[in-house]
Design a protein around this ligand. Structure first.
Ligand SMILES: [Zn+2]
Length: 264
């Protein structure tokens, strides 16, 4: 019998969609699960986000447990270019030359290293809310992780299909729609599975330690635009929220979003 709050009970989003379990990140003094999502499609799978650098083995094992190898990935959707989302993309692209790779158009120059994000003003009070044990030196950690082990080469960059506007993905069950939700990064994307009323939200929103949260402002390039993106998805019917961080939340997501919007 699953116990309430049991994460495995929430891993299943629908018949063809689930959250991958076992991809773990250590960040800002917290060890926590990341939530890449897979969807079964004709002859393979769709993968949404790939894990942090150094977690390729975890990602591969999680897929194998569900009966899939890296070569069965037909499409990778990257919600945004941050290291914990693209960490295994290079490895996947090397092992699987046929997978389509989709990324927000405005994020590609940052992923390629052609643009460098502006220095973020660090709001320590905000960060303590999420990561009570973080040390100031942890903030440099992310930047140090930007080493060649997951930096894209030209071949990978040439394979990335830029997403500029909302688009429906056919040949995938669940009525998958990629939705432009900029603000956390300039090209941030979310995925809405209309049939399942599920939003795979990347870092636009999350359910973290029992609370709904919008984008972490300190890590967002344009928090006001991110809030506009929250407003945009608030018009969708959502009863499953799968943020990349924290736990999946199944319940009345729209009311949580509306409460958030009324307080900003
Ligand atoms: Zn993230």
């Amino acid at each position: 019998m699953p116990v309430p709050g049991d994460r495995s009970r929430l891993a299943k989003i629908g018949e063809d969609w689930e959250v991958l379990e076992g991809v773990i990140q250590e960040f800002m003094g917290e060890k926590s699960a990341l939530n890449p999502v897979i969807g079964r499609c004709k002859d393979g799978i769709v993968l949404i986000d790939t894990g942090a650098p150094g977690t390729f083995g975890q990602l591969e094992n999680s897929l194998l447990k569900l009966g899939f190898g890296i070569e069965e990935i037909k499409m990778v959707v990257i919600t945004h270019y941050h290291f914990d989302h693209v960490g295994n993309l290079m490895e996947i692209a090397m092992r699987n030359k046929n997978a389509r790779i989709l990324m927000g158009k405005n994020d590609i120059p940052y992923y390629a290293g052609d643009k460098v994000p502006e220095e973020e003003a660090v709001d320590e009070k905000e960060l303590r809310k999420y990561f009570p044990n973080f040390k100031k030196s942890d903030l440099d950690g992310a930047a140090k992780d930007e080493d060649i082990s997951y930096s894209p080469d030209l071949e990978l960059l040439s394979r990335i299909e830029p997403v500029e506007e909302d688009l429906s993905v056919i040949d995938v069950p669940g009525e998958m729609r990629i939705v432009a939700t900029p603000g956390h990064t300039p090209g941030h994307l979310s995925v809405y599975l209309q049939e399942l009323k599920a939003l795979v939200a990347g870092d636009l929103m999350m359910y973290w330690k029992g609370n709904f949260s919008g984008p972490i402002r300190t890590f967002s390039s344009d928090p006001e635009t991110a809030d506009e993106s929250v407003r945009k998805v608030s018009t969708f019917e959502i009863d499953k929220l799968i943020g990349y961080h924290g736990s999946p939340f199944f319940g009345n997501v729209n009311s949580m979003i509306n409460e958030y919007l009324s307080n900003i």
